[in-house]
Ligand binder design. Structure first.
Ligand SMILES: [Zn+2]
Length: 355
């Protein structure tokens, strides 16, 4: 493929693929200016496309393609650089002595910079607590709609968690819950979660969170490898609802960096014991579980009535210690959302703030 050399007024030189340059023509014929959407379709030119002429101007570069003329300014290239560099806020690891950051709803509600700083902390660290919220059923959805639409899932949109002998999950008992991701049993599971404590008069039942990425950092390469290649199935069901999926316990991005776990001791189904990697998988899973239940890797705190825990659903595992149901009522509500929506809303607000 032809490469085109562009010399900008600043003297900087960029060598870019010809098809890239043609595809990114910013003119009104090739783009819808208002929305910046592509109108030009790459397949309408030959893959061996080469410019007829490239001319330097005071402002940038003009490229004659024979059947079309494209004008690229230096400020256009600066925008492209910003587009290429754009990414979600980096996921910063938790240290063992980190405490959960708390933001008062009263301040967040009235002070936009505080709200931005709460969202920024959430995106970087995967968990925050919002305090001083109304203990009203369904209020978590009202809050979340500031940032995006909640995700409706099987069983319920707003999931009530209290002691319920007819419940579909161990969460509906007073038992301890080992740290886990919710809805490991859904292939398209939610990447964000809110737990809103409406009442907590019970003794014990402390909340536990675990940074899955800090855990994965402690695994060996071989352990990481088998957990990203051999799948496991998860199931959660009731008399009227079935959720099941099979996927790997560890998720990585294009570069191989871990981005989340699919871990639920409660919902794990029998893995294939005849798989050639079954023993290696179980050794890695044993190690992963040992790290997850190690209090040294856990952050523990109490959610009081009016506290709302917001989590990155794939990265952060959450659980609780056992509580005594006879000692008082404990009632929380879960809602789910797409983490990307919060990260992008943060980006939009930060851009408005600096505009
Ligand atoms: Zn054009």
């Amino acid at each position: 493929m032809t490469t085109v050399s562009l010399t900008w007024p600043s003297g900087q030189i960029d060598n870019v693929p010809a098809l890239w340059l043609r595809d990114n023509c910013p003119c009104e014929q090739c783009r819808i200016e208002l929305t910046s959407e592509h109108r030009f379709i790459i397949a309408t030119v030959d893959p061996t496309l080469t410019p007829v002429a490239v001319t330097q101007t005071d402002d940038g570069v003009v490229v004659d393609w024979g059947d079309h003329v494209s004008t690229y300014s230096q400020s256009w290239m600066d925008d492209v650089r910003a587009q290429v560099a754009r990414c979600f806020p980096p996921m910063e690891r938790w240290d063992a002595d980190d405490e959960i950051r708390r933001f008062s709803f009263d301040i967040l509600d009235t002070d936009p910079p505080t709200e931005i700083s709460a969202l920024d902390h959430f995106c970087r660290f995967g968990a925050i607590v919002i305090t001083d919220t109304p203990c009203e059923p369904g209020w978590s959805e009202t809050l979340y709609r500031r940032w995006g639409p909640p995700t409706e899932l099987p069983f319920a949109k707003v999931h009530d968690v209290y002691v319920d002998p007819s419940g579909y999950n161990v969460a509906h008992t007073a038992e301890a819950l080992p740290p886990h991701n919710d809805f490991a049993s859904k292939r398209n599971r939610p990447s964000g979660q809110i737990l809103h404590m409406l009442a907590n008069e019970a003794e014990d039942g402390d909340s536990i969170i675990v940074d899955g990425l800090a855990i994965v950092d402690q695994l060996t390469d071989d352990e990481r490898s088998v957990l990203t290649t051999m799948p496991a199935a998860f199931r959660q069901f009731s008399e009227t609802t079935e959720t099941w999926s099979r996927s790997t316990v560890l998720q990585v991005d294009e570069s191989g960096a871990p981005v989340g776990l699919r871990y639920s001791n409660q919902l794990l189904q029998a893995i294939d014991p005849w798989h050639t990697d079954a023993s290696a998988w179980y050794e890695a899973y044993h190690r992963l579980t040992t790290l997850i239940i190690d209090p040294a890797n856990q952050v523990r705190f109490r959610l009081s009535a009016g506290d709302l825990l917001m989590l990155h659903g794939h990265r952060m595992l959450h659980g609780r210690t056992a509580f005594s149901p006879a000692s008082g009522v404990r009632h929380l509500q879960d809602i789910y959302f797409d983490f990307d929506d919060v990260a992008n809303e943060l980006h939009r607000r930060q851009r408005l703030q600096t505009a």
